[in-house]
Design a protein around this ligand. Structure first.
Ligand code: FMN
Length: 170
């Protein structure tokens, strides 16, 4: 699969088959997460792989009852790491670690797509409650939840703004 095709054809998937993900593909997802770029290569990010149905159900409760979080065989909770502050101060906390996590998620979603998996980036959840549910240490803040699994739907592409509207050349 060409990367540009993966970028264009990946869709947010919110319905999943009840089929588990093979270990070798899980390993590819993990590699995609850790090999993303990061500010100063500090890799100020952490990913919690949630397989437990009980924990996934608690995530649903703290994420506007988006039930597909629990339907996916794997749900990844992506966290920033505030210890980046030691090197980059407020800019590290407010900007870099969020970008570090985002870069990881995007690469992982494309690798998932290539493997025939679907995923969806979820931002609507209560950070404090998700932190509690996962017993996260103070330095970690959950900033995205990403359910991953084999798709049980094939949504059409939501529209994008034109290249002319999105991009300016100088
Ligand atoms: C930061 C961010 C937060 C999002 N939060 C949610 C969410 O809480 N629930 C949801 O169903 N989709 C969420 N999405 C997915 C978007 O709705 C989706 O990416 C967008 O509609 C474009 O569709 P596509 O991913 O199929 O191209 C989020 C995406 C991003 C990048």
């Amino acid at each position: 699969m060409k990367i540009i095709d993966a970028v264009k054809n990946r869709r947010s998937i919110r319905k999943f088959q009840r089929k588990s993900i093979p270990e070798d593909i899980i390993r590819d997802l993990k590699n995609a997460l850790i090999w993303a770029p990061s500010a100063g290569n500090l890799q100020a990010r952490k990913f919690i792989f949630v397989f437990s149905h009980d924990v996934k159900s608690r995530l649903v409760a703290h994420a506007l009852r988006q039930s597909f979080i629990a339907d996916a065989p794997l749900t990844i909770v992506a966290c920033t790491d505030s210890r980046i502050k030691e090197k980059y101060g407020e800019r590290g906390v407010n900007l870099y670690t969020i970008q570090d996590v985002s870069a990881s998620i995007m690469g992982m979603m494309l690798v998932a797509h290539e493997a025939g998996l679907g995923s969806v980036w979820i931002g609507a959840f209560d950070e404090a409650k998700v932190s509690d549910a996962l017993n996260l240490p103070h330095n970690l803040t959950p900033v995205a939840i990403v359910p991953v699994g084999y798709p049980a739907e094939s949504p059409s592409a939501p529209p994008r703004v034109s290249i002319q509207d999105a991009i300016e050349e100088v």
